[in-house]
Design a protein around this ligand. Structure first.
Ligand code: AMP
Ligand code: ZN
Length: 483
């Protein structure tokens, strides 16, 4: 038995029931990271919302086949991985430098996901773009054969005027389309709408692959179409990303896949809103750019961050602030305290005569109902969490009046486990550092910058005595764990 789940569909701009093509089996494609740097907390917001979406379907009884790609060839990756190489470096060296950079950040990405309770094993497929060159080339050839792609000076472009539904996702005004102009960049604004690039001709200083159009490399958009169609099929249930991917990335994915097959590729397009920091877009120049590692160094438990993200609706802007995490921390503390209370057998202060005031088992059943009603309605996580917290208040109050029986406590624990299978990670103790320990880590960093090794060792030992083990990472950040 599966529960029906409704989600907002960017294509129709309406909340609609998700009806998988194969009943009980959901195919889900999510655009993965471009691995040229650490993921920032905005990227993580998107991956967290997709994890919650997947867990919701799984707990609602569906088998989820989830494919997330790793974009390991792209403009920015090439820019960053090639800059140290001499002009005459050969193609093998160029590929090697690109792979060294992307391997490093792919690993860092999986470490971050693990920390926010997204296990690598929860993905059915994790394809890397560079392993799918033959599929990309074949797809471009299919488009060429249909007259939807044309080669020019070693590059290949998509002829957007050839596809009547071009613009359906981003709701573009077809009147404004510039016919015949082409754009080489992977990312561009709606105003520069033009024929986009499928295959980029070789440029000196770049790694390349052989192709029917000469040496070159794939454009970003073709990567997802080729991997998604190869691994999940030519029709899939849900495709997702952050709102910035609606145009041009997802619009172009539709053009590529539907242009080649002649039928609908994706039934449901689901986009998550952005994370802002103190009301602004994150940027290095504003000094408000954070990775998960930055948060950890400030003593923030990644699970607290996960909770803060999940407690906001995925289609609302999330305004990140350090103060804002306090609410998440308190909420988690309340859940943990309640859990401990239910695990134990507390004697109530009052007598049994109040017991009738509330039937705990019925109350739990009601909370479960409310929880699922909220999640099934476009992943309404604030309401779903409210269902849990109202139950916590009611059961605490009842337990004060007349101790809950073991059966009732176990039923409450089972409900917590069920909800934790979706919200994930919180029953563990908070791993945050108190201010003193955080200050010691900062002092040790300063000592290291000043090359005062004796002092930095002394602080390390002091922390060790407090049960905190430090780990100096290759990227210069400092990780820590409780001994
Ligand atoms: P990228 O590695 O840049 O391709 O991005 C990975 C994912 O993060 C994509 O789904 C983006 O839409 C999403 N993303 C990028 N910036 C933000 C942000 N500030 N808030 C939420 N999601 C974001
Ligand atoms: Zn994509």
């Amino acid at each position: 038995m599966t529960r029906p789940i409704h989600l907002f569909n960017t294509l129709s701009r309406r909340v609609e029931a998700v009806e998988p093509l194969t009943p009980g089996v959901l195919t889900l494609y999510t655009c993965g990271p471009t691995v040229y740097n650490f993921a920032h907390i905005g990227n993580l917001r998107t991956f967290l919302f997709q994890d919650l979406l997947k867990r919701t379907f799984q707990r609602a009884g569906y088998e989820v086949r989830h494919c997330m790609n790793i974009t390991d060839v792209e403009d920015k990756i090439i820019r960053d991985s090639q800059k140290e190489l001499p002009e005459g470096a050969d193609n093998g060296t160029r590929h090697g430098a690109m792979k060294a950079l992307t391997d490093r950040y792919t690993q860092a990405f999986f470490d971050d996901l693990e920390a926010v309770a997204i296990p690598q094993a929860s993905f059915t497929f994790l394809p890397r773009a560079t392993d799918y060159l033959p599929q990309m080339i074949a797809l471009i050839q299919r488009l060429e054969a249909k007259g939807l792609a044309y080669a020019r000076e070693g590059s290949v472009y998509y002829r957007i005027a050839g596809l009547p539904q071009y613009g359906c996702l981003a709701h573009l005004d077809r009147e404004g389309m510039q016919v015949g102009t082409s754009v080489d960049a992977d990312e561009y604004e709606r105003e520069s709408l033009s024929d986009f690039v499928l295959w980029k001709t070789f440029k000196p200083g770049e790694p390349s692959w052989a192709s029917p159009w000469g040496p070159g490399r794939p454009g970003w958009h073709i990567e997802c179409s080729a991997m998604g169609m190869e691994l999940l099929g030519e029709r899939i249930d849900i495709h997702s990303g952050g709102v910035d991917l609606v145009f041009p990335h997802h619009e172009n994915e539709i053009a590529q896949s539907e242009g080649a097959t002649g039928h609908t590729w994706v039934n449901h397009w689901v986009h998550g809103e952005f994370l802002l920091v103190e009301g602004e877009k994150m940027s290095k120049s504003l000094g408000n750019f954070y990775t998960l590692r930055d948060l950890q160094e400030k003593g923030i438990d990644p699970i607290t961050f996960r909770y803060a993200i999940q407690s906001n609706h995925y289609r609302k802007l999330y305004n990140f602030s350090f103060e804002g995490l306090t609410g998440a921390r308190n909420a988690l503390e309340r859940l943990r305290t309640f859990r401990k209370r239910m695990e134990g057998n507390f004697e109530s202060a009052g007598g049994g005569e109040w017991k009738e005031a509330l039937d705990p088992l019925r109350r739990i059943a009601q909370a479960r109902e409310d929880f699922w009603t909220a999640l099934s309605d476009d992943l309404n996580t604030p309401e779903a969490l409210a269902a849990i917290f109202t139950l916590v208040s009611d059961l605490n109050a009842q337990d004060d009046r007349a101790a809950l029986t073991r059966e009732e406590r176990d039923a409450a624990l089972a409900f917590l486990d069920e909800t934790n299978a979706i919200f994930a990670g919180w029953p563990h103790e908070e791993a945050s550092l108190d201010a003193e320990v955080a200050a010691l880590i900062e002092a040790r960093k300063a000592a290291k910058v000043a090359k005062n090794w004796a002092e930095s060792d002394r602080i390390r030992d002091q922390l060790k005595a407090q049960g905190i083990l430090l780990e100096d990472r290759k990227d210069g950040s400092v990780g820590w764990k409780k001994a």
